[in-house]
Design a protein around this ligand. Sequence first.
Ligand code: HDD
Length: 708
Amino acid sequence: MAMEKQPPEGGVARTPSQSNTNKKVESLETFRSDATNQALTTNQGVKIADNQNTLRAGERGPSLLEDFIMREKITHFDHERIPERIVHARGSAAHGVFKVYESQAELTKAAFLQDPSKETPVYVRFSTVQGSRGSADTVRDVRGFAVKFYTEEGNFDLVGNNMPVFFIQDAIKFPDFVHAVKPEPHNEMPQGASAHDTFWDFVSLVPESAHMVLWTMSDRAIPRSLRTMEGFGIHTFRFINAQGKGRFVKFHWRPTIGSASLLWDEAQKLAGKDSDFHRRDLWEAIDNGDYPEWELGVQIVEEEDEHKFDFDLLDPTKIIPEELVPLKMIGKLTLNRNPDNFFAETEQVAFCPGHIVPGIDFTNDPLLQGRLFSYTDTQISRLGGPNFHEIPINRPLAPLANGQRDAMHRQTIDKGQASYEPNSIDGGWPKETPPAASGGGFESYTERVEGSKIRVRSPSFKDHYSQATLFWNSMTDPEKDHIVGAYSFELSKVERKHIRERQLGILANIDETLAARVAENLGLPAPKKNADADELGKSSVTESPALSIVAKTKPSIKTRKVAILAAPGADAASIKAVQDALKAEGAHAKVISPTLGSPAQGIEADATILGMPSIMFDGVIVAGGKDSAKTLSESGDARHFVLEAFKHLKAIGAIGDGEDLLAAAHLPGGEEGVAVGSDANAVLKSFIEAMSKHRVWSRAQKAESVPA
Ligand code: HDD
């Protein structure tokens, strides 16, 4: 066993100015165990001679209770699982670094936002919300986007989602919402999906959910990759600078490769054909050196402007449209290292919105306030007690010392006699650090609060529809079609008609056309907007292009995946030309063949047509070569491959005889996003151009009639 001793921790007083940058990796390394060249032992360090047989009385006799080696092994195994997270159980994570572009001293005194030469280690966990730990990655759901910054002043957790708003306004409703969205309690169905009665019952009775439900029915809920998701802190937080000046701040993460989503048909098929689709994509990207990156953007609101908006900054069901407050990009997050051990790192990482550092503070958002309690509480049952901060992945990089002692699984061996403060026995240590412009102790922002002790929702939280309407109006046509499709799909799965009707009423308050289109698919009459819906509020911004993914597509094929379809007899030169051209653009090509083996001289198939179907790729190119084209044209699976790529609006290319496959699948050349010809370079040029738009949206209507 290579278990190393813990570094000393308790009772060590260090000055706040002591820099600890770059120590995270070191401090995590202390806990990593590498069994290379190590003897197999028990947990007590006793070397094991036989790990194959239980101790028994005679060759064919009963096993003996005294076999401490077998009992220790089985006992440990019996307790390997810990409770999964009540929400966000399914997740994947990676290590990385954050760097600020330039000092943000004017806005905040947070140390990790001061020096552009400094790298702050981070651990980032992405998740779905509804499903259990083993559920599929590509379900329609919100994605968690939780970032732990190991700053030199302590850990800062930005525990956000890939959507900028939330379903409810007050934390007291969270258990109700989660009980409604989770699989139904009597039969535990459906897994990883919100298309069931209890979810729609709840949200149709709680109109404050209207805006967020619309986001979850949009393409945002089926991201192409975790790497193409935006992230949001959601709540309004505060920045405080060294002079003590406070400002409101909203946090945004923007992927540098741009945003992209799956189509619903792809997402559903992927859930069966590769339920680890997102996890695998993230892992492979980091392994390939395609390090995922996000820029951190902030929207800043001066305190005196708090009430100048037509919504309340404290209401987590609202965005601040970028037309009102632009985004300022202040730094970059790069994920550059896969974890070594899923359980130790990803399963045990414990985020909490209450983990903040000097220079950042909360607001009175009632959802945020409740979260500040919930996360620590949940870790106590999930991770077995209040010492979860000692688990390596959760340990701060900053030194820690206090009078907290004992409890389940305590690992620190605290020296000294005084576990209280003040004390005169251990020299008074550890001592408080007064607040200071930099490096001081944490001081809560001074905010004047007065009011009666009441359970009420502020009237400024009443407008549930106008920002949902803004979102709908900001969508491109294909995105609107997808939203209509998503509501229609989900509500068609709802067994109770009155719930479907009630939800249509909510949709009418957002937009009557949206409601009418969904109503038609459900065979129900189209409802009219409630007479008083407009009274609740109006958005001063009526359209915001930043809300659309399609409108913001970044024209690039970097890190995208292309299938080269080839069967024996394929033309090696055209395959090599495709591979080289795609590599030069930063994309990844895989040779896909009916069987494994070598379809062309010097070319090995990476996977089979059935093993890696078209839904796993962003585009497909059929290689040249007469025999190859003949085999592929006669294969139903190969025809299905290109038909499905066509249906999913992907770029398609065919070189030379490869065109025969398109003809056999009834996909003639000349279609937009379908490039054919004998000149491989010309085909590649049009193919790359089509794929850089991510999808060929103009083909959408035609694709609907494709049966694949
Ligand atoms: Fe939460 C986990 C995000 C509201 C209670 N939440 C959790 C995770 C994310 C979020 C990303 C997974 C963290 C990880 O990867 O381990 N939650 C949000 C966002 C919210 C939100 C963006 C609203 C803006 N959450 C929310 C409320 C409550 C909780 C209102 C309770 C009152 N959330 C929890 C929790 C979880 C959690 C039960 C489950 C596992 C965990 O905390 O560690 O405490």
